[in-house]
Design a protein around this ligand. Sequence first.
Ligand code: GDD
Length: 307
Amino acid sequence: MKVLITGITGFVGNHLEAFLKDKADVYGTSRSNRSEKHIFEIDFHSEAKIIELIETIKPTHIFHLAGLSNVKDSWSHKADFIQANVIGTIHLLEAVRKVDTQIKVLTVGSSEEYGLISKGVDKVTEETALNPVSPYGISKCAISMLVNLYHKSYGLDITHARPFNHIGPGQRLGFVTSDFAYQIALINKEITKDSILKIGNLNTARDFTDVRDIVEAYYNIACFGKAGEAYNVCTGQGIIIQDILETFISFSNKKINVLVDPSKLRVAEMPRLVGDPEKLFWLTGWKPKQKLEDTLKDIYDYWIGKC
Ligand code: GDD
């Protein structure tokens, strides 16, 4: 197995590379210049450069992780999200179509593709209608449609992962668990004196999976997934953000004062997004292994180490 991971230096890319270490010959792309021999500096504005890269590496599998991932940011950078996620994916799929249609490609979507869910639906399956409510969700929804198009029209061997919230050590700020853990770490190390933790909307419920389980799911989908199909990657458990906050506060040795920061609230968002993981389970037997509380502790320890 010869793998190309686009966005290898990102949060998920790092974990996927570690997971594939003993399983594959791994190459990657990054937006910034790196000294490692197996990482190529490339952005996805140029189809010609991607063609050249694929011809050089000759991968058997491509994991397309490169793109923009922050839902809140997508409201203020709408065109950038379409450029990076949609146009970037078109360039990659065109390159694969022109160089070698036998390459197995895994694209990464999001639970944000589902967006507005009908009342009474507890867990969304892959059959649930796609009604995105954020610019980010629209960009990921377009990737789903491109997967369908390139598979049906050109016979490309593509599968599409739809991860729900994925978290873990190394995720940058701007995502809820890093935002909470970082601020509590600052307070515990007495770098912040006022012990105020700024938060956004605590009333939503989301489905959280450890990134180390997520990358194993991606591997399973890339190896065993049916071309043209999408697979939810999730636990099936809805966790209210308030509960995440309380778990982090329980790790703290200092008193924490919580304050709602209006700049952290979004124009629109779904109150609940919980997935049904059965399709992937029946295909590959994949189940998440990490306990949420252990993952939250790892995230907290990561930020304690960083501050
Ligand atoms: N980021 C952030 N920061 N979110 C907060 C905060 C805060 O201080 N306080 C409350 N929240 C709430 C958000 O309003 C949202 O309802 C929830 O916490 C999760 O927010 P994020 O961690 O930013 O994740 P997301 O759900 O918007 O998107 C993530 O999951 C998607 C899959 O469901 C990202 O990882 C996406 O890339 C991914 O596709």
